[in-house]
Design a protein around this ligand. Structure first.
Ligand SMILES: [Zn+2]
Length: 226
């Protein structure tokens, strides 16, 4: 995962930088939107594209209601557009967002095996494409660049929807063109820490998880706290 390069034009750069800074947003929780993954999984099990469309549309309605934005339309398509190199998958498109039509497209079949896309991939793609919609319709980022902030916001939405504790993505320093690549080993370490803190909190005293979380948060690297 890599961000777009940082634009050279001043106004575009301002939008890019503002988008990079906005990392944390409120998200619907798994309490208010129970088991999104289970619902997609059940629809996948029925092997009916209409069932997947229904559950994805319900999720988009719930996202839109939570953020108070118009509901984007959804178009589901078959096998993901892709390219191959020497018989191996080189690139693929999971989904896209059309700013003018206010429409999300989602491809439901994997390119090589032509299997149904996994429930987690469907949900993360929906979160990603919905974030483009939110950028354009509410957050004041009409170009909706793929910045570190964009990926962080998408990640927070996904964590909220899957009931996972929040943690920040880790990024390598910017390259010459201002783009940044995700540091997966460090990101995974943060995820393990977040999971450990949650389980430790419930083991120590289930009545005080919020206090323990707050104490542990204070011990964290200041770079992780925003
Ligand atoms: Zn995108």
């Amino acid at each position: 995962m890599i961000t777009d390069r940082r634009p050279s034009r001043a106004t575009a750069r301002d939008e890019y930088d503002a988008s990079s800074r906005l990392t944390d947003i409120p998200t619907p929780s798994s309490d208010s939107v129970p088991s999104a993954i289970d619902r997609i999984e059940e629809a996948r099990g029925s092997a009916e594209r209409n069932a997947i469309r229904d559950v994805c549309e319900q999720l988009l309605c719930q996202f839109s209601e939570f953020y108070r934005v118009p509901v984007p339309t959804l178009k589901l398509l078959g096998v993901r557009p892709h390219s191959t190199s020497e018989g191996r998958l080189a690139s693929e498109v999971l989904g896209d967002y059309d700013f003018r039509a206010v429409r999300i497209r989602l491809w439901t079949r994997t390119p090589m095996q032509r299997q149904w896309t996994s429930a987690r991939t469907i949900l993360s793609t929906l979160c990603h494409e919905f974030m483009h919609h939110l950028d354009a319709s509410q957050l004041g980022f009409p170009s909706s660049y793929h910045t570190t902030g964009f990926f962080e916001r998408t990640h927070r939405l996904y964590l909220g929807m899957t009931g996972q504790p929040p943690y920040a993505l880790a990024w390598f320093p910017p390259g010459a063109d201002g783009s940044r690549a995700i540091d997966w080993p460090e990101t995974n370490r943060r995820k393990r820490d977040a999971d450990w803190r949650r389980s430790a909190a419930s083991e120590v005293d289930p009545t005080l998880p919020g206090l323990l979380d707050a104490a542990l948060e204070r011990e964290q690297d200041p770079d992780l706290r925003r």
